[in-house]
Write a protein that binds this ligand. Structure first.
Ligand SMILES: C[S@@+](CC[C@H](N)C(=O)[O-])C[C@H]1O[C@@H](n2cnc3c(N)ncnc32)[C@H](O)[C@@H]1O
Length: 556
């Protein structure tokens, strides 16, 4: 359960370093990872220049093409020399088969991270690795090498879309999710598929198996309590005088069997010992069908869905809800080392888990911060952001470092500082970088703050432009976030814009144009001033959620 000295954490940086430097051994209950796939895709976020042109160099959120370079060579040697023996052997075999190519670079970087993820998992912990058929066959071998083949539990096929338009082969509509655990003694909460659309739980053929009746009239079928175990010792114990046959084991853990025994759910033989096919399943049981390893009922996020944050490869919350509910309990620690815009983190927060998110791009971190802020408002558990610039010097270094990408990394980071959401597309004459929205009345109509970020020279004309942007956008407030010190004429220009006075809070005055320096924001001396009495919500706001509101009912 949650310990008092725990704080949820969002790390900016390469997950390999962060895992090695910050995450202790056996400290995590559940890992979900959705790494970039090596499908040679470049995930762009479509930004437009002020001219309306697409901006070429500045729009890559991340790409998933891995190349064999000196870094891969070093990583390969690291795993072969220091990794678990089986993994090292495997990687060498793959190296012999694949050579030094992009796929091998990808697998090597994954192998390195798998070793760390295995280390940080508790003995009862689980790992779900989300990938696609491009590399899933190699990934499964690597997971066997790291976790041991006996700790493989499922290969889940998620049908992520209805159809894929491929003329010359079958449409590729499936993602693969591997489910491994560290040991057999793992956290597991069986999940059930619900039938919200009047679907029938059992087929006609299955219905024929309900041919038994209890003295109270309840109709039931008998299911097997054992499972094939030709090559493992799993489930091979004596229970109430019965031991499964040589190539079989009990399909359930002892506690589960005992619970069913106490509930009278086990059919016995004449001598009072359990029948191996003796699990009574009642026809009128309201519980849905246990989830299987093919998931066709989690649709992709629709373009119009409020959940959509326009982050490439964003996964549906329903998918993570299922995984987190199955393999963790309230208060457990959930880690997503490739967290993107934070689907895992948002669901973990909602289901009352503790969480750690890691990502290497500032746009992911900025989106995640605004997502949490929007979805949970004041209910959000405290969290720290680690690896982001913490002083003006490092902020300046980030601005210089991101020269090559038009200073987008800096801009995204600065937007995250004020919990603003980056603007995706800019109109031909709009220079707005981000938005914050807030509510200050009961009408449900969101009010807007437009945000401009500047890392270079600033002048009075910038404030005049922002004023124009505020008017054109019909926004209530304009926020000017600057790395450099504002000049006196800038301050005067801002002051001349007057105040925003909410209709429902007469007398409360908020400057229409606010200049915030990065230094003042970092030191906590200043923050954006706007009505905060009602929960704020940003543009394309994440649906507001209460913690631990998720339930099985939401899964079907
Ligand atoms: C496929 S996306 C994950 C999307 C996520 N599941 C979601 O729902 O938003 C992969 C993410 O991994 C991040 N990433 C790539 N390499 C990384 C690394 N070495 N360390 C940390 N994050 C990394 C990318 O920036 C990207 O956000």
């Amino acid at each position: 359960m949650a310990s008092p000295d725990w704080t949820n954490a969002l790390y900016f940086g390469d997950n390999l370093n962060i895992l090695r430097e910050h995450i202790p051994d056996e400290s995590v209950d559940l890992v979900y990872l959705d790494p970039p796939f090596n499908s040679k895709a470049t995930y762009n976020i479509l930004f437009r220049e002020k001219s309306g042109e697409e901006s070429a160099a500045q729009i890559t959120a991340f790409d998933d093409t891995w190349h064999w370079d000196l870094g891969s060579e070093a990583a390969y040697r690291d795993v072969v020399a220091n990794g678990p023996v089986k993994l090292a052997d495997l990687l060498q075999a793959m190296h012999a088969f694949l050579g030094r190519n992009d796929m091998m670079a990808y697998l090597t970087m994954m192998a390195q991270r798998m070793v760390e993820l295995h280390r940080v998992l508790k003995p009862t912990g689980s790992l779900y690795l989300h990938c696609d058929p491009t590399a899933s066959h190699y990934i499964k071998l690597l997971l066997d090498g790291t976790f041991g083949a006996q700790n493989f539990n499922n290969e889940i096929t998620w049908q992520r879309t209805e159809s894929h338009n491929t003329a010359d082969r079958y449409g590729n509509v499936a993602d693969i999710i591997f489910y491994y655990t560290k040991t057999e003694n793992r956290t597991w909460n069986r999940q059930f598929h619900q039938y919200p659309n009047g679907e029938q739980k059992y087929s006609d053929k299955q219905l024929k198996r309900f041919r038994h009746r209890d003295p109270d009239g309840r109709v039931y079928k008998l299911d097997d309590l054992t499972a094939p175990r030709p090559d493992s010792d799993s489930g091979k114990f004596e229970w109430r005088g019965t031991t499964p046959g040589p190539s079989r084991g009990w399909g359930y853990r002892l506690e589960q069997l005992e619970a069913w025994w106490d509930q009278g759910r086990i059919q016995t033989k004449r001598d009072g010992t359990p029948r191996m096919d003796g699990l009574k399943v009642y026809l009128d049981d309201t519980e849905g069908k246990p989830l299987q390893n093919i998931w066709t009922d989690v649709p992709r996020i629709a373009n119009t869905s409020p959940e959509r944050l326009s982050y490439p490869t964003q996964k549906p919350e329903a998918l993570l809800e299922r995984i987190i509910a199955s393999s963790s309990n309230e208060g457990d620690v959930v880690l997503d080392p490739f967290c993107g815009c934070g689907t895992t983190v948002a669901v973990a927060e909602r289901l009352g888990r503790r969480w750690i998110g890691i990502d290497i791009t500032h746009i992911a971190i900025a989106l995640l911060k605004s997502r949490l802020h929007d979805a949970f408002g004041d209910d959000l558990s405290p969290y720290t952001v680690i690896g982001d610039p913490k002083d003006v010097e490092s902020a300046r270094a980030l601005a210089v470092e991101s020269e090559h990408d038009g200073r987008y990394q800096f801009q995204w980071w600065a937007l995250g500082l004020v919990e603003a959401r980056p603007v995706k597309e800019r109109g031909p004459d709009a220079g707005i970088d981000g938005f914050i929205t807030f509510f200050d009345d009961e009408s449900g109509r969101a009010k807007r703050i437009v945000v401009q970020v500047k890392s270079g020279q600033v002048a009075r004309a910038d404030i005049a432009t922002l004023k124009g942007d505020v008017e054109r956008e019909g926004a209530e407030v304009g926020l000017f976030v600057t790395l450099g010190e504002p000049t006196e004429p800038m301050r005067r220009e801002a002051a001349a814009a007057g105040f925003y006075e909410p209709e429902h809070f007469p007398g409360q005055l908020y400057p229409r144009i606010q200049i915030l320096t990065i230094e003042a924001l970092l030191s906590g001396e200043a923050r954006a001033e706007y009505p905060r009495m009602a929960p704020p919500a940003t543009f394309r706001r994440a649906p507001r959620r209460r913690r631990a509101e998720g339930s099985q009912g939401a899964l079907g």
